[in-house]
Design a protein around this ligand. Structure first.
Ligand SMILES: CC(C)(COP(=O)(O)OP(=O)(O)OC[C@H]1O[C@@H](n2cnc3c(N)ncnc32)[C@H](O)[C@@H]1OP(=O)(O)O)[C@@H](O)C(=O)NCCC(=O)NCCS
Length: 198
């Protein structure tokens, strides 16, 4: 067995990251019902390229993500919605507004990660949480997994996401006519990225 591939779930479960506006906590079992409610929204399914799942399937998906050494998911908490102060290890469902994940899905290049971000709660959009969360996720991925290239695949009509990734310094690298989707990439050695996470 390749030991490098074994995911240290206990270690990862303890990690939470605090930014200016958001706190990223590990995706816990307690988060699944609210996540499942979000993913009934056709607009979110379309924006994230996801299929509708039953609650049981969502629990299975959560388990498989937790065990996959090449996938790392955090739940985004809106700091303004946290009640009674942040407690590490608590799910803080009251402040859960979205998720951000990376997936090292190119087995020939494990230093390339696809990144996805969703701020599902409309009341928490447009407050900087998406940008804050994406930056924290990328800084974490560079430090912990030595990621060199980030890739995002965004539907051509998803203007908010395209603008967010362009703002972060991603450049368009290809377009799929079949999926009506733009692929964007960012190299961590790009000067603009170094400045962003400094
Ligand atoms: C796209 C999304 C992640 C943005 O998150 P957010 O927290 O609302 O965005 P932020 O407040 O951090 O905005 C950061 C930048 O994104 C862009 N942006 C965000 N919302 C925008 C909108 N409605 N229209 C145009 N640009 C927008 C802007 O460039 C903005 O920077 P600015 O405020 O300096 O103009 C969020 O709207 C979302 O989850 N949408 C649905 C799911 C989705 O499309 N996910 C992407 C699949 S990978």
């Amino acid at each position: 067995m390749d030991l490098w591939q074994v995911k240290d779930e206990a270690e990862e479960a303890a990690v939470s990251l605090e930014g200016k506006k958001a706190i990223l906590v590990p995706y816990m079992r307690e988060h699944v019902p609210k996540y499942h409610e979000w993913m009934k929204d056709p607009a979110l399914l379309l924006a994230t390229g996801s299929e509708p799942l039953t609650l049981d399937q969502e629990y299975e998906m959560h388990l498989s993500w937790t065990k996959d050494p090449n996938k790392h998911t955090f739940i985004v908490l809106d700091k303004e919605l946290i009640k009674g102060g942040f407690l590490n290890g608590e799910p803080h469902i009251e402040a859960m507004v979205g998720d951000v994940n990376i997936y090292m899905n190119d087995l020939d290049d494990l230093q390339l990660a696809e990144i996805e971000i969703m701020i599902a709660e409309p009341k928490s959009r447009g407050k900087g949480l998406g940008e804050d969360s994406a930056l924290m996720m990328m800084a974490f991925a560079v430090n912990k997994y030595k990621i060199q290239t980030f890739r995002a695949k965004i539907g051509e009509s998803n203007i908010a996401s395209l603008k967010l990734f362009h703002k972060l310094g991603f450049k368009d690298v290809s377009y799929s006519e079949a999926f009506k989707e733009v692929t964007l990439e960012l190299q961590v050695t790009d000067r603009s990225f170094v400045d962003l996470i400094a």
